[in-house]
Design a protein around this ligand. Structure first.
Ligand code: PHE
Ligand code: CO
Length: 301
């Protein structure tokens, strides 16, 4: 492994201009979690976010998410140690958390997932960033993504996604765009239908106070039934709340729908237009048709 960071700020290697704007690029190395370097302020940021989200997520997050998070033994008391979570996670589903500086290049990320390694950003946001941060930090990764890795179905889905990513990467950039939309609308921003109503399982939502409320309680966004190819054609926003959320009936449905070989799907989609993020189609299974109130008018990706 590993270089030990000297303080609790990430090491940015360079910045790069991409189709998603000017983004920081970090070292791809796996780093040891510098747990002793976390400050009292870092632990307090964790505690505040943890408590605030757990209160908000009762009755809003999926039972599977809340149960998985309880089973991991995460508490607000201190930033968890990756090593301790790994003891539990490895026994449950064979996944291992590895520390990273931040967002990884796509292929590196896919290879980690395919091998049941989940990269977790080791640093946590500053107190003035409780409500919003433009990139993943420890709270998003650990509170948002890691719990569902305790769930056997979801754990398998994430590994299958990693293998699918390696494959899509070899097929080409358009295939990757299609696959990334699936990740976005399930892993990051997915909703699930439960006995009590719609619930959240997407990591991008559970780690955000504003979006946890907005995605379920607001009339503005669409809430539409999961449809694999429809999702692969749907653009998305990375800088605002989503205009559309897709709802699965169960993790079994997600597994089944994503089991087939995507290569013929990518080939078919290559000649078809994408849909704007906010559109509702005739064949959509509509749980809620958004009013569109407050939507940013400029283009989505
Ligand atoms: N079945 C997909 C493929 O052939 C792999 C995959 C599984 C992708 C689950 C995403 C989620 O590429
Ligand atoms: Co994420």
């Amino acid at each position: 492994m590993s270089s030990l960071p000297s303080d609790t700020s990430p090491t940015r290697v360079e910045h790069q201009h991409t189709d998603k704007g000017y983004v920081p690029v970090y070292t791809t190395a796996v780093v040891e979690q510098p747990w002793d370097a976390y400050t009292a302020v870092d632990h307090d940021v964790w505690a505040q976010l943890f408590q605030r989200q757990r209160e908000l997520l009762a009755g809003r997050a999926s039972d599977a998410f809340l149960a998985a998070q309880d089973a991991m033994g995460m508490t607000p008391d201190a930033i968890p140690k990756f090593d301790e979570l790994n003891d539990i996670l490895q026994r449950a589903t064979g996944w291992t958390l590895v520390g990273v500086e931040g967002l990884l290049p796509e292929l590196t990320f896919f290879e980690h997932l395919a091998n049941r390694r989940f990269p977790v950003t080791w640093w946590i946001r500053k107190p003035e960033q409780l409500d919003y941060l433009a990139e993943p930090d420890l709270f998003h990764d650990l509170f948002g993504h890691v719990p569902l890795l305790m769930n056997p179905l979801f754990a398998d889905y994430m590994a299958a996604y990693g293998r699918g990513g390696v494959k899509a990467h070899a097929i080409g950039p358009e295939a990757l765009v299609n696959l990334t939309r699936l990740y976005w609308y399930t892993v990051e921003f997915g909703l699930i239908r439960e006995a009590g109503g719609l619930r959240i399982y997407g990591s991008g939502i559970v780690s955000s106070k504003g979006e946890s409320l907005y995605c379920l309680d607001s009339d503005a966004p669409n809430r539409i039934g999961f449809d694999l190819e429809r999702i692969m054609r749907t653009r998305y926003r990375i800088d605002t709340y989503q205009k559309t959320y897709f709802v699965i009936d169960s993790f079994e449905q997600l597994m089944e729908a994503t089991e087939p070989d995507f290569a013929p799907i990518y080939a078919r989609l290559a000649s078809q237009d994408s849909y704007p993020a906010g559109n509702v189609l005739d064949r959509d299974r509509v749980f809620h048709r958004g009013t569109g109130e407050g939507w940013a008018g400029d283009a989505d990706f």
